[in-house]
Write a protein that binds this ligand. Structure first.
Ligand code: AMP
Length: 407
């Protein structure tokens, strides 16, 4: 199968080949022909499957077939949950439109809006945006939605998890009724299904991953360890194993900073990436991690979401997430494109209930052991019956503020 077999024209095939890709990934083979036909899509696809090119290439081809409006108003809107993902998707849009005359821009919060406004005013065809900043700019009259023909919701599950339901509904209320809608999501909760029902028009359903199951190529492993000795253990694992590219997840920003500091003082080249870091600091950490000058990236879930690092050999859960689906997202960062990856979780006694929830979700008992030299302190026992409502509060601005939107 080639990209031109799927119906893509030379300028887009050349653009994707310029990036070194000659064969479409499964999700690309499935979605590209339908998007070219103008159908709505409901696709299950995790980061790492090539989904971005899957929607970007056919979307650009469709736009390139029509004349742009004299005022060059936005014709395609791509919504993403985080600024990292927005800027990565925009990079892709730029790369895939390099041989066409299509113009694009990206907008997200946390940075000065002036350059974004200038770019939009200069006339663009494709806009990549996070919901909050997009609404701000719309309210200020900077963006006109009247000419939008295509809407993409990328990582829709994560947008709902982050409490963007109201913003999404508002944005959709401003768009013209007649448009093509493409919804991509890694998981399919009830909330996603009802969002999809409200937006999509006779969609084609595309499944590329079995629902809520983890990729088979990933070796999963649990080390049972006392909380106070986790740092010592992770440093030992990284040093003894000569791991040179490790993504480590912590639950909090504070935890990420702390761990990073301790690793640095053990001569491990680590950097943290989370919502309190400036955009420049995050970009620098990510670039260093990609080029090998940073060996360990310590991240919180949302900051790590959507970062584009192909073929990660090691993912470590320094703490288990309390939302079981986040475990699936986290370990999905390894074992990509058929290469083997390893996902290690350091689990202390208080996290056993989380481990149970995760194993239930993935229908798999993760092999575990107590590492040599780290015997468990028998005085620390498992917590009593777990509290019922441990899920992340959804769809409420207030709860988002309370839980800290930028984690
Ligand atoms: P995504 O799922 O869109 O985040 O893409 C994951 C990674 O796969 C990115 O590094 C892409 O550049 C890369 N990629 C996209 N399309 C292909 C392809 N056809 N073959 C190989 N890699 C690809």
């Amino acid at each position: 199968m080639t990209f031109s077999n799927l119906g893509l024209e030379t300028i887009f095939v050349d653009a994707v080949e310029k990036k070194g890709y000659t064969e479409p990934t499964p999700v690309q083979s499935k979605v590209i022909p339908w998007i070219l036909k103008g159908k709505d899509i409901l696709a299950s696809a995790q980061t790492g499957t090539g989904k971005t090119a899957g929607f970007t290439l056919p979307l650009l081809q469709r736009l390139s077939k029509q004349k742009h409006h004299p005022s060059r108003s936005v014709r395609a809107l791509i919504l993403t949950p985080t600024r990292e993902l927005a800027s990565q998707v925009h990079e892709n849009v730029k790369e895939y439109s390099v041989f066409s005359d299509l113009k694009s821009a990206v907008v997200y919060g946390g940075v000065n809006q002036k350059p974004q406004v200038r770019k939009i005013r200069s006339g663009i065809d494709v806009l990549v945006a996070t919901p909050g900043r997009l609404l701000d700019l719309h309210n200020q009259g900077v963006i006109c939605f009247d000419k939008i023909e295509v809407l993409v919701l990328d990582e829709a599950d994560r947008m709902l998890d982050m409490g963007f339901h109201r913003e999404i509904s508002k944005i959709i209320g401003f768009l013209p009724d007649k448009r093509q809608n493409l919804l991509f999501s890694a998981t399919f909760s009830k909330d996603i299904k009802s969002l999809a029902q409200g937006i999509l028009n006779h969609p084609v359903n595309i499944e590329t991953n079995p629902e809520n199951s983890t990729v088979e190529a990933i070796n999963q492993f649990v080390y049972k360890v006392d909380k106070v000795r986790k740092t010592e253990l992770i440093i030992k694992l990284i040093k003894d194993g000569d791991w040179d590219q490790v993504l480590v997840f912590t639950r909090t920003k504070h935890g990420a900073n702390n761990l990073c500091k301790k690793m640095k003082s053990s001569d491990i080249n680590a950097m943290a990436i989370h919502g309190n870091k400036s955009q420049t600091a995050r970009t620098k950490a990510l670039a260093g991690f990609k080029d090998g000058t940073v060996n360990v990236l310590v991240a919180t879930d949302i900051a790590a979401r959507g970062i584009d690092i192909p073929l990660l050999p090691h993912v470590v859960n320094f703490e288990l997430p309390n939302i079981p689906e986040d475990y699936v997202h986290r370990i999905g960062r390894t074992g990509r494109a058929g290469s083997n990856g390893e996902a290690v979780s350091l689990v202390s006694v208080d996290e056993y209930p989380y481990l149970e929830d995760i194993q239930k979700l993935i229908s798999f008992k993760i092999p575990s052991e107590i590492p040599d030299g780290f015997p468990l302190d028998p005085r620390i026992t498992a917590p009593g019956p777990k509290k019922k409502n441990r899920s992340r509060p959804r769809n409420s601005k207030r709860s988002r503020k309370r839980s800290g939107k930028r984690r």
